[in-house]
Design a protein around this ligand. Structure first.
Ligand code: PEP
Length: 254
């Protein structure tokens, strides 16, 4: 049985003060019962990680960063490394997000290096994959996503895979209000599970959690999360509103 994960990706939003407000609202809105049933992760910007770490100290809420550099340290001005986020108690990191692929030119081999570095530092990568609208219209979505999974997870072991989470995020659904239908999303999750099976075998594929991301909100979450192969959500916009995020988590816990 795969435990569902709901992870909030705050992206480049929230200052120190407004992060505090949002996180306190989320913490107060979640019952222990719900937190036992569903893994909840918040991924604030780097500047709010220390604060978030303190606020969730005794709570069953995980902490994630939104990126890391592929090296542990060195002369890389402006970058943040895995040991740095680890020192703030981050257990997760989002890698390969389409905004990083698109705006910062991150290719699959770099994302793979970051995934390996996260694992080396005992941080669980949430590897994001997903096709653009153009790729879907050209019927290339299966090929593109298979490639992103295969190259993103290259050279990992079955043991490593126990700590890897995959997120399917169709680029055309991110921040657009357009969601993949539950069937469309589930079909892609099945394809991703097959790609994982080809690389690591059936047991690993059956145990790997695959989240859906792309305009998931409190209205559509239940239907998406009810699908067999959808093991949770990576939530952007709706994670910035405590009530929406809490409702999504509550529907995952049902
Ligand atoms: C995301 O960027 O990971 C995401 C899913 O964003 P949104 O929910 O806003 O589409």
């Amino acid at each position: 049985m795969r435990k569902k994960i709901i992870a909030g990706n705050w992206k480049m939003n929230k200052t120190f003060l407004t992060s505090r407000e949002l996180l306190l609202e989320v913490i107060h809105g979640l019952s222990n019962d719900v937190l036992d049933k569903t893994e909840v992760v918040v991924c604030p910007p780097f500047t709010s990680l220390a604060l978030a770490s303190e606020l969730i100290k005794d709570k069953k809420i995980g902490l994630g960063a939104q990126n890391i550099h592929q090296k542990d340290d060195g002369a890389y001005t402006g970058e943040i490394s895995a040991p740095m986020i680890k020192s703030l108690n981050c257990q997760y990191v989002i890698l390969g997000h389409s905004e990083r692929r698109q705006y910062f030119g991150e290719p699959n081999h770099l994302i793979n290096a970051k995934v390996k570095n996260a694992l080396k530092n005992e941080i669980k990568p949430i590897l994001c994959v997903g096709e653009t609208l153009e790729e879907r219209e050209k019927n290339l979505h299966l090929k593109i996503v298979d490639e992103q999974v295969t190259l993103g997870l290259k050279d990992l072991s079955v043991e490593n895979m126990k700590n890897v989470i995959v997120a399917y995020e169709p680029v055309w659904a991110i921040g657009t209000g357009k969601t993949a239908s539950p069937e469309q999303a589930n079909d892609m999750h099945v394809a991703i599970r097959e790609a994982v099976e080809n690389l690591f075998g059936k047991e690993t594929a059956d145990n790997t959690r695959i989240l859906y991301g792309g305009s998931m909100n409190d209205k559509n979450a239940s239907e998406l999360l009810a699908k067999q192969d959808i093991d949770g959500g990576l939530i952007g916009g709706a994670s910035l509103k405590a009530d929406s995020f809490i409702k999504i988590i509550n529907s995952a816990a049902k």
